[in-house]
Structures are given as C-alpha cells and as structure tokens.
Design a protein around this ligand. Structure first.
Ligand code: AMP
Ligand code: MG
Length: 658
C-alpha cells in the first residue's frame, strides 16, 4: 500500500492490510518507550572533529585566559600613578626602558616610576606597570623618552590574567552542541580533545528492483535512488554517522543478509521502500527475525507516510521509511529525527516557524496527521502559504517549498484564508523579489535566468492558469503566466483579464500531433489527416490531455466526438504526453513542439497557443517586475526562446511578424 493509489493494485491475496494504524503520537511514544532511557556512549575526539557533537562532560578551564596581564594595544607600559595628573597643559615625560615587549617575549626589566616600556598588542605587562598608554596618545620627546598629555587610570588597556576565562571555571557544560565558538574556547584553554557523545552509526539501505544509483545509466522502467542520498544527508544533519550501503533488490535472502550485516555494524538501521504489505515487500517479514521485540508500529496515521514501520531488534532501532521520497523525508524528520538526536545526545531540533495565511483550501484526510509543503509569498496583510505538493511521489516540491504546515488528524481540511504555522526548511524566510504564479513553461526559466544572475530571487509557483489569475486578483503575485483559450471569441488570454490586470505578451508555442519517428501511419500527413489515419486503425492508441487544458480543446475538436482507445488516459502535462508516445504506451497525442523535439519525436504542427502574462498593474513599477519586463524584451531571451522552439511575441506587444 502506498499513499497514491496504484493504477494496478497488487492482487489482494498478497496483501495483508495494515490492521492497526497507530496515531503519530502513539507510534512515537511506543518507539521511544522501547528505546529509552539508554546510556549515550561517549568517545574522545580531537577538537577539529567535534563540530556538531554534543559534549559528554563538563569542561573545567585548566588555565587562566589570558594566562598573564596583557596589553590590548600597541603603546607603552606605564605606572598609572605617574600619569594621574597628566593633561594638555601638564605633559609628563617618561624615559623609555631598554627593552621592547613583543608578543611572546617575557619582560626582563621592571617599570619604575618615571619610566615606560614599549609594548605590542598581546605583550605581557612588565613588573611595576599597571596600565598601557596607546602609541597614538604619546609624542617622542628626544632620545629614548616620550611625552604624555592624557591622564591614565589603573588597568587602562590591560586584560588581567584570567579575566576572560578563569582557571577552575566551568567552561562548557555537558550536552552543549559544539560549534565554532565552543571549539575556539576549548582551543584557548589548550584543550586538544574532548569527550563527546559518540555519533550513532547509522546504516542506510534502499530497497527495490527498480533502483539505479545516480551516475549510472537508467534502464527502462527504472528510477534513480533518491532516498539513499536524502536519508544519508539528513542523518549527517542530525548528528548521525551515516553509512550508505546501496540499494538491494527485492529478494528476501539477499535483503536479509544485507540487513543483518548492516545491523551488526551500526546502532540504527534505516531502510526505505518495501514497507507496504504487498507481494515483493519483504523487509518487515525479515525484521521479525532480527531480534526482540521486533516491530513496534507498522502503519502510522501520517500523510504522507502511512506505511512507516518502526522496530527495535535487540535494543537497536530498525526503521523502514516509505518508498516515495517525500514520504520518506517527512516521516524521517517527524519520527526518526527525535530518536536519532536523543541517541546522539543532541537537544531536540528547533526549526524556525512563521505564521502565514493559506492561499487556497487544502483538503486533508480525516484521521491522519498531514504535512503539506508550502511556498511563501508576501501578501497584502502578511505571508501567504501556497501548497506546492504534487502528491507524495513528487520530489520537486522541495525546491519550491520554504517549509511545511501540519494539518491535525482531526481536521478534514484547512479553509482558504486560515492561519497556519509554517515550519521553515531554512533559518529565515527568503521573501522573493519577483513572484510568478500560474502555468509553468520551460521558456519561463530562460527569461528569468538573467534576473537570477543579477541576484534577484524569483519564485515561480505552478498552479495552472486559472490559479494564477486568482492569485493575481488577490495581489499575491506580480505576474500570472496564462494560456487560456476563450471558445466564444476564439482568442487567447485577453478575455480572461480582470480589473487591475494587464496583458504582457509572452510567446507562442506550436501545438501539434506527436508520433514516433518512422511511424508510417502519420509521416507526411496534416494534423487532420493524421487523426483520421489514427481513427481508421483500431490498434492505434492515443494519449489525451486533462479536461480544462487548452490542448484538450484542440484534441476534442480534431476527434469530433470520436473516443478512440487511450482517450481516457488524460495526463496533466505536455511532457507526460511525449513520454507516453516515446515509451510506446501510446502512438499519438498532442503536445508542444519543444517538448516533442526534446523527446526525439515526429511532430505535425496544428495551431499556436499563446502563453502570455497577466501583470498586476499595481506592482508594475517594482524593480524586479521592471527587470522581468526588460529581460522578456531583451534580445538575449528572445534568442534563447527561439532556440528552444518558442516564438516570442513582437517586442511592442503588437501583432507577430509573419
Ligand atoms: P515501495 O514501498 O517499495 O512499494 O515503494 C513505493 C514507491 O516509492 C515506488 O514507486 C518506488 O519505486 C518508490 N521508491 C522506493 N524506494 C525509492 C528510492 N530509494 N528512491 C526513489 N523512489 C523510491
Ligand atoms: Mg519497493
């Protein structure tokens, strides 16, 4: 079982369903009860290797810092009593002693009354001296003498021994997380190694016949192993010593051997994938044989993340994260991080949080604690949160997201406009300079590239044309990219503009029929003839587009009521159409020329689609908006758009050149 219903569910005979789904809180409580309390093992580490570790003992300063009375400036060591009455009208002459105290030199001569000794910043104060006069506040007075015209008080420009750190003082307490400042304090005391909580050794295994490691070529039907990289990094971020041990095929014997080896050499074993209770999902069966008490929770009321499996095998935690990377990520952070940090002797994470209003209604499943990734933009009355998730299988949501919000298990939705607390992925919110909300196009990246190079933060949130228009009307974005066909006027975009919005012409995208190069049913035909040829062949399968897509309107017109095989396959993107044809799941479909080209497919042009921008007039004068408009009109982006197969609108926004 996964978070997204599979199109071909596994045969039910192989499924033993999640009978006991625990709440998130209950699962975590049981897991922690089975693991804690436990002693945190400690180890002696060289100072340079302690960054991020928790100190395992109180450290008492073994010496005074500074170890001697030290001058804070370049100048002259003096007796302050000699200069107590010095002033503009009462200069005092001091004879220089016959030595200069540099850093690291020990003074040999005392400073007697009426004398001074040249001293460098950091030099130890000589006997008799109790203050330092800055060189800038003196004047030479003949051979080996100076004149001072300022009163001097005892202790001036002197750091006394132990004034920074006193010998015997508690320097750092056990449990302190060591950062560069702590390392500096320890180094100042001459401490070269300290007892720290030993980083838990964490073994990571990915599971699945379909997984290929990044860097290797992708076989048909395979995917790259994402969890291996994510989990390894997240473990290091949270105080563990991560050892990634590769991806193991869904083979019970092979997996059991890998799990036993990994567990023998580590304090915690984290797997991902194969936690569903279906055929091929074997890891939970293996856990039952690895040690007592075994599985603590299998099935947690989290979304994403229901198939999470928590186990303890002879004292060591064993975790199977769900296979989908976003599910793996959220369950790892929500349930595993608290346990890992406790094992590492680290305090709980304290992620930055901000309040925001949710832009749109977010539906939620009753009974599961739900995590929703959001992008933040500045609205009229504060921050606005846009959900960025495309389902638990999507990884790109991370790039657009600033953080996530949590919907309580007892809520079935979060209404638009409600207040939410957003946990940030970074310490601070980065409010973007330019916010683009609407339909995404790869051409957009070409136009915003110079803005990013100029240091402007551009946030582009893909919510479709209508979602973008709604955001523009609410003043939550600068620009809404749209490609909306109006059946009545048979024109694009302009009929959809509301008050306060103006149209900025973007570019044209040629739509047409895609087919595999060499398919003789289509080669050389017009779009209309190609569709007639497809309809005439009962073995021919099409791929459609979703209801509401501009492309769908064109397809329906061409089909004129026909419903060939494949009609109900309705993906939501141009790329999915090309992939279906390239991978032989369909023989033809409609997409845009650049996408067809990138997939190496044959293309029969039909009609141009207008991809334009609804600009919020009130925000037009913003520097980032002006920079965008300049970039859009620039020769550089026009050339880049043309090279990528788009046809930029005429620079003046007027009719296109032929
Ligand atoms: P499973 O729980 O093994 O059925 O996996 C659920 C989904 O997550 C499947 O689509 C898997 O291909 C995918 N998946 C499992 N492991 C990984 C991984 N390490 N990286 C990326 N996707 C994965
Ligand atoms: Mg799997």
């Amino acid at each position: 079982m996964t978070d997204t219903p599979a199109p071909n569910p596994r045969p039910s005979v192989d499924q033993d369903q999640f009978l006991t789904i625990l709440s998130r809180e209950e699962a975590l409580a049981r897991f922690e009860a089975a693991l804690f309390p436990r002693a945190v093992p400690r180890e002696l580490r060289a100072l340079a290797d302690t960054l991020g570790c928790a100190l395992a003992e109180d450290v008492v300063a073994p010496i005074d810092v500074p170890p001697f009375d030290r001058s804070n400036v370049d100048g002259f060591a003096v007796r302050s009593a000699d200069l107590a009455a010095a002033g503009e009208a009462a200069p005092v002459r001091l004879v220089l002693n016959d030595e200069t105290i540099a850093c690291g030199t020990s003074p040999t001569r005392p400073v007697l009354s009426g004398t001074a000794t040249p001293i460098a910043t950091g030099g130890p104060l000589p006997r008799g001296a109790d203050a330092v006069v800055m060189v800038e506040h003196t004047q030479p007075a003949g051979d080996r003498a100076i004149e001072v015209r300022r009163a001097t008080s005892p202790g001036q420009f002197v750091s006394y021994a132990g004034s920074d750190i006193a010998r015997g003082e508690a320097l750092l307490r056990a449990g302190t997380v060591i950062g560069s400042r702590e390392i500096g304090m320890l180094a100042a005391c001459g401490i070269a190694s300290v007892q720290v909580a030993r980083r838990p050794r964490v073994a990571i295994l990915s599971t699945g016949d379909e997984l290929v490691q990044p860097g290797l070529p992708l076989r048909p039907s395979a995917i790259y192993d994402t969890n291996g990289a994510i989990v390894t990094a997240a473990i290091a971020e949270n105080g563990g010593e991560a050892a990634f041990r590769g991806a193991i095929a869904d083979d019970e014997a092979e997996l059991e051997a890998a799990m036993r080896n990994a567990l023998a050499e580590s304090d915690l074993l984290v797997l991902s994938g194969g936690t569903s209770k279906g055929a091929g999902d074997v890891s939970h069966r293996i856990i039952a044989r690895l040690g007592e008490p075994g599985i603590i929770a299998h099935g947690v009321a989290l979304k994403p993340g229901k198939p999470l499996c928590l186990a303890v095998c002879d004292g060591k935690p064993v975790v199977i994260l769900p296979g989908f990377p976003t599910s793996a990520m959220f369950t790892f952070h929500d349930v595993i991080v608290p346990v890992l940090r406790r094992m590492a002797g680290l305090p709980p994470r304290s992620d930055a949080k901000v309040n925001a209003k949710v832009a749109v209604r977010i539906a939620s499943e009753l009974g599961r604690t739900e995590f929703v990734m959001v992008s933040l933009v500045e609205g009229v009355g504060g921050l606005i949160a846009y959900p960025t998730g495309k389902g638990s299988g999507a990884i790109t949501s991370f790039a657009q997201a600033d953080g996530f919000l949590k919907i309580d298990a007892l809520a079935d939705q979060m209404p638009a406009g409600s207040d939410a607390e957003v946990t940030l992925f970074t310490p601070h919110v980065r409010v973007p300079d330019l916010v683009i909300v609407g339909s995404h196009c790869t051409g957009l990246d070409l136009v915003t590239a110079p803005l990013a190079r100029a240091g402007l933060a551009v946030r582009s949130i893909a919510v479709g044309s209508l979602g973008g228009l709604a955001a523009a009307k609410r003043g939550e974005c600068d620009l809404a990219p749209i490609h909306l066909f109006d059946n009545k006027t048979e024109t694009y975009n302009t009929p959809y503009l509301a008050d306060g919005l103006e149209l900025v012409p973007g570019w044209r995208r040629m739509q047409g029929i895609v087919f595999r190069e060499g398919d003789r049913r289509f080669a050389g035909l017009s779009a209309q003839a190609a569709v007639r040829a497809a309809l005439a062949d009962p073995a021919c399968i099409m791929v459609n587009r979703n209801q509401g897509a501009g492309t769908r309107i064109l397809i329906d017109r061409l089909l004129a009521g026909a419903r060939p095989d494949g009609y109900w396959n309705q993906p939501r993107s141009h790329n999915a159409v090309a992939a279906a044809v390239a991978q032989h799941r369909a023989d033809w479909g409609m997409t845009i020329a650049p996408v067809a080209d990138a997939s190496g497919l044959g293309f029969i042009p039909l009609a141009e689609e207008y991809y334009d921008f609804a600009l919020v007039t009130a925000r037009k004068q913003r520097p980032a908006v002006q920079a965008f408009l300049d970039a859009l009109a620039s020769d550089e982006s026009r050339a880049a758009l043309e090279k990528a197969g788009f046809r930029p609108a005429a620079p003046d926004g007027g009719p296109l050149a032929a």
